[in-house]
Design a protein around this ligand. Structure first.
Ligand code: BGC
Length: 228
Protein backbone atom coordinates (compact mmCIF):
# COMPACT_ATOMS: atom_id res chain seq x y z
CA UNK A 1 0.00 0.00 0.00
CA UNK A 2 1.38 3.41 -0.94
CA UNK A 3 0.50 5.63 2.04
CA UNK A 4 0.37 9.36 1.35
CA UNK A 5 -0.10 12.14 3.90
CA UNK A 6 -1.07 15.52 2.46
CA UNK A 7 -0.12 18.27 4.90
CA UNK A 8 -0.24 22.03 4.71
CA UNK A 9 3.58 22.16 4.73
CA UNK A 10 4.73 18.82 3.32
CA UNK A 11 3.39 15.85 1.40
CA UNK A 12 4.85 12.54 2.59
CA UNK A 13 4.77 8.99 1.26
CA UNK A 14 6.02 5.49 1.95
CA UNK A 15 5.06 1.94 1.02
CA UNK A 16 3.56 -0.39 3.64
CA UNK A 17 3.50 -4.20 3.75
CA UNK A 18 0.21 -6.10 4.07
CA UNK A 19 0.60 -5.94 7.84
CA UNK A 20 1.32 -2.21 7.81
CA UNK A 21 5.10 -2.27 8.24
CA UNK A 22 7.12 0.31 6.28
CA UNK A 23 8.91 -1.23 3.27
CA UNK A 24 10.53 1.95 1.96
CA UNK A 25 12.11 5.13 3.29
CA UNK A 26 9.57 7.89 3.77
CA UNK A 27 9.98 10.72 1.29
CA UNK A 28 8.66 14.23 1.66
CA UNK A 29 8.15 17.11 -0.75
CA UNK A 30 7.09 20.60 0.23
CA UNK A 31 3.40 21.17 -0.40
CA UNK A 32 3.19 23.08 -3.71
CA UNK A 33 1.80 26.58 -3.39
CA UNK A 34 -0.82 27.33 -4.49
CA UNK A 35 -1.91 23.86 -3.33
CA UNK A 36 -4.57 23.32 -5.98
CA UNK A 37 -5.93 19.83 -6.76
CA UNK A 38 -3.81 19.66 -9.94
CA UNK A 39 -0.57 20.71 -8.21
CA UNK A 40 -1.10 18.35 -5.27
CA UNK A 41 -1.83 15.41 -7.59
CA UNK A 42 1.31 16.11 -9.62
CA UNK A 43 3.35 16.12 -6.39
CA UNK A 44 1.85 12.79 -5.29
CA UNK A 45 2.58 11.23 -8.68
CA UNK A 46 6.22 12.33 -8.28
CA UNK A 47 6.46 10.86 -4.77
CA UNK A 48 4.83 7.62 -5.99
CA UNK A 49 7.44 7.22 -8.74
CA UNK A 50 10.26 7.41 -6.19
CA UNK A 51 8.57 4.84 -3.95
CA UNK A 52 8.68 2.00 -6.50
CA UNK A 53 6.03 -0.71 -6.69
CA UNK A 54 2.67 -0.76 -4.91
CA UNK A 55 -0.81 -2.18 -5.55
CA UNK A 56 -3.10 0.34 -3.90
CA UNK A 57 -3.01 3.79 -2.36
CA UNK A 58 -4.22 5.33 0.94
CA UNK A 59 -4.33 9.09 1.29
CA UNK A 60 -4.69 11.23 4.41
CA UNK A 61 -6.24 14.55 3.41
CA UNK A 62 -6.25 17.74 5.54
CA UNK A 63 -9.99 18.36 5.41
CA UNK A 64 -13.38 16.69 5.41
CA UNK A 65 -13.60 13.72 3.02
CA UNK A 66 -16.67 11.70 2.09
CA UNK A 67 -16.33 8.55 -0.02
CA UNK A 68 -13.16 9.72 -1.70
CA UNK A 69 -14.56 13.19 -2.41
CA UNK A 70 -13.01 16.18 -0.64
CA UNK A 71 -15.39 18.64 0.99
CA UNK A 72 -13.17 21.19 2.77
CA UNK A 73 -9.45 22.02 2.73
CA UNK A 74 -8.83 24.98 5.06
CA UNK A 75 -5.04 24.94 4.62
CA UNK A 76 -4.80 24.21 0.90
CA UNK A 77 -5.71 26.43 -2.07
CA UNK A 78 -8.00 26.27 -5.04
CA UNK A 79 -11.30 24.53 -5.36
CA UNK A 80 -11.38 21.34 -3.29
CA UNK A 81 -15.12 21.41 -2.69
CA UNK A 82 -16.59 18.19 -4.12
CA UNK A 83 -13.32 17.23 -5.76
CA UNK A 84 -13.17 13.52 -6.60
CA UNK A 85 -9.66 13.00 -5.28
CA UNK A 86 -9.75 9.20 -5.05
CA UNK A 87 -11.00 8.92 -8.61
CA UNK A 88 -8.60 11.52 -10.06
CA UNK A 89 -5.57 10.00 -8.34
CA UNK A 90 -6.60 6.48 -9.28
CA UNK A 91 -6.69 7.50 -12.93
CA UNK A 92 -3.18 8.98 -12.70
CA UNK A 93 -1.62 6.08 -10.78
CA UNK A 94 -3.57 3.22 -12.32
CA UNK A 95 -4.29 1.76 -8.86
CA UNK A 96 -7.27 1.81 -6.50
CA UNK A 97 -7.16 4.77 -4.11
CA UNK A 98 -8.89 5.41 -0.78
CA UNK A 99 -8.89 8.80 0.89
CA UNK A 100 -9.73 9.77 4.47
CA UNK A 101 -9.19 12.75 6.74
CA UNK A 102 -5.51 13.00 7.81
CA UNK A 103 -6.27 12.93 11.54
CA UNK A 104 -8.54 9.91 11.06
CA UNK A 105 -5.67 8.09 9.32
CA UNK A 106 -3.21 9.14 12.02
CA UNK A 107 -5.69 7.84 14.60
CA UNK A 108 -5.91 4.42 12.99
CA UNK A 109 -2.14 4.17 13.35
CA UNK A 110 -2.18 5.30 16.99
CA UNK A 111 -5.14 3.85 18.85
CA UNK A 112 -5.40 0.73 21.01
CA UNK A 113 -8.99 0.00 19.96
CA UNK A 114 -10.56 0.02 23.43
CA UNK A 115 -12.86 2.61 24.97
CA UNK A 116 -13.07 6.22 23.85
CA UNK A 117 -9.89 7.47 22.22
CA UNK A 118 -9.33 11.00 20.97
CA UNK A 119 -6.54 11.98 18.60
CA UNK A 120 -5.25 15.49 17.99
CA UNK A 121 -2.72 16.42 15.33
CA UNK A 122 -0.76 19.61 15.69
CA UNK A 123 0.66 20.87 12.43
CA UNK A 124 -0.27 23.62 10.02
CA UNK A 125 -3.85 23.03 11.14
CA UNK A 126 -5.26 21.11 14.08
CA UNK A 127 -6.65 17.67 13.25
CA UNK A 128 -8.97 15.68 15.47
CA UNK A 129 -10.28 12.12 15.38
CA UNK A 130 -12.54 10.19 17.70
CA UNK A 131 -12.73 6.39 18.10
CA UNK A 132 -15.05 4.23 20.17
CA UNK A 133 -13.75 0.67 20.70
CA UNK A 134 -11.65 1.12 17.57
CA UNK A 135 -14.53 2.37 15.45
CA UNK A 136 -14.08 5.77 13.89
CA UNK A 137 -16.53 8.63 14.22
CA UNK A 138 -15.56 10.15 10.86
CA UNK A 139 -14.64 13.78 10.19
CA UNK A 140 -14.69 15.18 13.72
CA UNK A 141 -13.71 18.80 13.12
CA UNK A 142 -12.72 20.33 16.45
CA UNK A 143 -10.35 22.66 14.57
CA UNK A 144 -13.00 25.15 13.56
CA UNK A 145 -15.09 24.96 16.69
CA UNK A 146 -15.20 28.38 18.41
CA UNK A 147 -13.44 27.90 21.71
CA UNK A 148 -12.15 31.06 23.41
CA UNK A 149 -13.74 34.43 22.76
CA UNK A 150 -14.93 33.29 19.36
CA UNK A 151 -11.51 32.04 18.35
CA UNK A 152 -11.30 28.45 17.17
CA UNK A 153 -8.96 25.69 18.37
CA UNK A 154 -7.03 25.97 15.12
CA UNK A 155 -6.71 29.75 15.42
CA UNK A 156 -5.33 29.28 18.93
CA UNK A 157 -3.17 26.17 18.41
CA UNK A 158 -2.32 26.01 14.70
CA UNK A 159 1.17 26.67 13.39
CA UNK A 160 0.47 30.34 12.69
CA UNK A 161 -0.53 30.93 16.32
CA UNK A 162 2.49 29.00 17.62
CA UNK A 163 4.87 31.12 15.57
CA UNK A 164 3.14 34.30 16.70
CA UNK A 165 2.91 33.66 20.44
CA UNK A 166 5.98 31.47 20.99
CA UNK A 167 6.53 28.04 22.45
CA UNK A 168 5.73 28.72 26.14
CA UNK A 169 2.39 30.42 25.61
CA UNK A 170 1.41 27.91 22.94
CA UNK A 171 2.18 25.10 25.39
CA UNK A 172 0.04 26.70 28.09
CA UNK A 173 -2.81 27.10 25.62
CA UNK A 174 -2.49 23.47 24.65
CA UNK A 175 -2.73 22.28 28.25
CA UNK A 176 -5.89 24.38 28.75
CA UNK A 177 -7.40 23.03 25.54
CA UNK A 178 -6.64 19.44 26.57
CA UNK A 179 -8.42 20.01 29.91
CA UNK A 180 -11.47 21.37 28.07
CA UNK A 181 -11.53 18.47 25.62
CA UNK A 182 -11.14 15.93 28.39
CA UNK A 183 -14.25 17.31 30.09
CA UNK A 184 -16.19 17.27 26.84
CA UNK A 185 -15.25 13.81 25.56
CA UNK A 186 -14.33 11.92 28.75
CA UNK A 187 -11.95 9.84 26.71
CA UNK A 188 -9.84 6.98 28.06
CA UNK A 189 -6.82 8.06 26.08
CA UNK A 190 -5.65 11.06 24.10
CA UNK A 191 -2.98 10.81 21.39
CA UNK A 192 -1.14 13.85 20.08
CA UNK A 193 0.62 13.68 16.74
CA UNK A 194 1.69 16.00 13.94
CA UNK A 195 4.90 17.93 13.35
CA UNK A 196 4.38 20.30 16.29
CA UNK A 197 3.87 17.51 18.84
CA UNK A 198 7.65 17.64 19.32
CA UNK A 199 7.28 21.28 20.44
CA UNK A 200 5.45 20.19 23.59
CA UNK A 201 7.53 21.04 26.67
CA UNK A 202 4.93 20.93 29.44
CA UNK A 203 3.92 17.78 31.30
CA UNK A 204 0.85 16.14 29.78
CA UNK A 205 -1.86 14.33 31.75
CA UNK A 206 -1.10 10.63 32.33
CA UNK A 207 -3.77 9.45 29.85
CA UNK A 208 -2.07 11.37 27.02
CA UNK A 209 0.55 10.01 24.63
CA UNK A 210 2.62 11.69 21.97
CA UNK A 211 2.79 9.70 18.74
CA UNK A 212 5.47 9.86 16.09
CA UNK A 213 4.71 11.74 12.90
CA UNK A 214 5.20 8.61 10.77
CA UNK A 215 2.00 7.23 12.34
CA UNK A 216 0.13 9.54 9.94
CA UNK A 217 1.33 7.20 7.19
CA UNK A 218 1.20 3.88 9.05
CA UNK A 219 -2.52 4.33 9.70
CA UNK A 220 -3.08 4.24 5.94
CA UNK A 221 -3.26 0.44 6.01
CA UNK A 222 -6.50 0.63 8.00
CA UNK A 223 -8.40 2.20 5.09
CA UNK A 224 -8.30 -1.21 3.42
CA UNK A 225 -9.64 -3.27 6.26
CA UNK A 226 -13.26 -3.43 7.26
CA UNK A 227 -14.29 -1.45 10.29
CA UNK A 228 -14.33 -3.68 13.39
C1 BGC B 1 -8.96 20.59 8.95
C2 BGC B 1 -8.99 19.14 9.39
C3 BGC B 1 -7.58 18.56 9.33
C4 BGC B 1 -6.62 19.44 10.12
C5 BGC B 1 -5.19 18.94 10.05
C6 BGC B 1 -7.96 21.35 9.76
O1 BGC B 1 -7.91 22.68 9.33
O2 BGC B 1 -10.23 21.18 9.05
O3 BGC B 1 -9.87 18.40 8.57
O4 BGC B 1 -7.60 17.26 9.84
O5 BGC B 1 -6.66 20.77 9.65
O6 BGC B 1 -4.72 18.89 8.77
Amino acid sequence: TLAVDIGGTGIKALVLSATGKPLTERNRIKTPRPATPGAVITTIVGLAKDQGKFDRVSVGFPGVVRRGVTVTAPNLDGNWRNFKLAEALSEKLGKPVRVANDADVQGFGAIEGHGVELVLTLGTGMGSALFVDGRLVPNLEMAHHPYQRGRTYEELLGDKARKKIGKKKWNRRLITAIATLEHAFNYNRLYIGGGNAQKIILKLPSNTRIVENVVGLLGGIALWRDQP
